[in-house]
Design a protein around this ligand. Structure first.
Ligand code: GLU
Length: 306
């Protein structure tokens, strides 16, 4: 059990959703979190976030783990699968419901759309609909935090997000609840992930406070986007990383993280390149941007930042 281990000063993680093969953007996030963990002589864990069966692609989780392994990135503790942890999420939800921090909600999407799309109070007309459960976000709730790369981030969670879904009406757990429960239970000290999750962080912090859990440090890496600014995973450019020949993708991901290409030049094996990367990684070179085009990531990431 991970929770019985003493927690080190630095424990990072990579938490992919098994919605397809690992693409270049995910590789950048995985490599960034791995390099930061190694830089701090910390641990690095992998958690499979397989809580959304309709979006899951059969075999994708194992394929993602195989791709990570092809780069020498393996979890320092056994891989955690969220689909096996329902009881933990149920327990957290019970606590929130019992304490009045969460409530049942039967509002439909269209009912919410008619009041601006942000849930501030229930407007449901059909009391027989299955209920979702939401975290109550008090009027005037603003959360701010210092991101390790992006600096100070503030969000008016009441106005911008509204009451946060914790369990969907279809019975599935919301990512926001599961990620908070698991990051705390696994003793994660440092969450390093793509900037697409920057605006999820304030609600995760709120949820940590409601559950009496510690808040880890956060660092959001640039999201690799296509020329139109769309997330790579939704575009044609989301080519899977080639496990059989990982070096080109590794070199490109290294450059996308703002690191000096020369450090990996001429190294013939992934093992050698990863060792050199771990030794030569300079966190201060990480590009302080939230988005970077795929083309720029392969060339000069800082100049090409959008
Ligand atoms: N599973 C989420 C994703 O693949 C990432 C969760 C996280 O890093 O907090 O987008």
């Amino acid at each position: 059990m991970t929770e019985t281990l003493p927690h080190p000063h630095y424990r990072g993680r990579f938490a992919p959703s098994p919605t397809g093969p690992l693409h270049f953007g995910s590789l950048v996030a995985a490599l960034g979190s791995w390099l930061l963990a190694r830089h701090h002589q910390g641990e690095w864990l992998v958690r499979v976030e397989d809580l959304d069966p309709p979006r899951e692609v059969p075999g994708a989780a194992h394929a993602q783990l195989a791709t990570l392994a092809a780069f020498g990135m393996t979890s320092d503790l056994p891989v955690v699968w969220q689909s096996r942890r329902h009881a933990r999420y149920a327990h957290a939800l019970e606590r929130l419901l019992a304490g009045g921090a969460a409530f049942e909600c039967r509002c439909s999407r269209s009912e919410l759309a008619s009041v601006g799309g942000i849930h501030r109070r229930c407007v449901a007309r059909d009391a027989s609909r299955p209920a979702a459960v939401r975290l109550r976000v008090a009027e005037g709730t603003t959360v701010d935090f210092i991101d390790g790369l992006q600096g100070r981030i503030a969000q008016a969670v009441d106005r911008d997000v509204g009451d946060v879904v914790l369990r969907r009406a279809d019975g599935y757990w919301a990512y926001q609840l599961a990620v908070v429960v698991d990051d705390a239970e696994q003793g994660i000290t440092d969450v390093v992930r793509g900037a697409d999750l920057l605006d999820s962080t304030p609600r995760q912090i709120l949820l940590q406070r409601a559950l009496g859990l510690p808040t880890p440090r956060y660092l959001h890496l640039p999201l690799i986007v296509d020329a139109h600014g769309d997330k790579l995973s939704k575009s044609m450019a989301a080519l899977p990383v080639d496990d059989a020949s990982p070096l080109p993708a590794l070199r490109a991901a290294w450059q996308a993280l703002g690191q000096a290409p020369a450090l990996l030049a001429g190294l013939p094996t992934v093992t050698q390149a990863m060792q050199a990367a771990a030794r030569g990684f300079r966190p201060e070179r990480l590009p302080k941007v939230t988005h970077m085009t795929f083309a720029a990531a392969h060339n000069n990431p800082v100049a090409g930042a959008v």
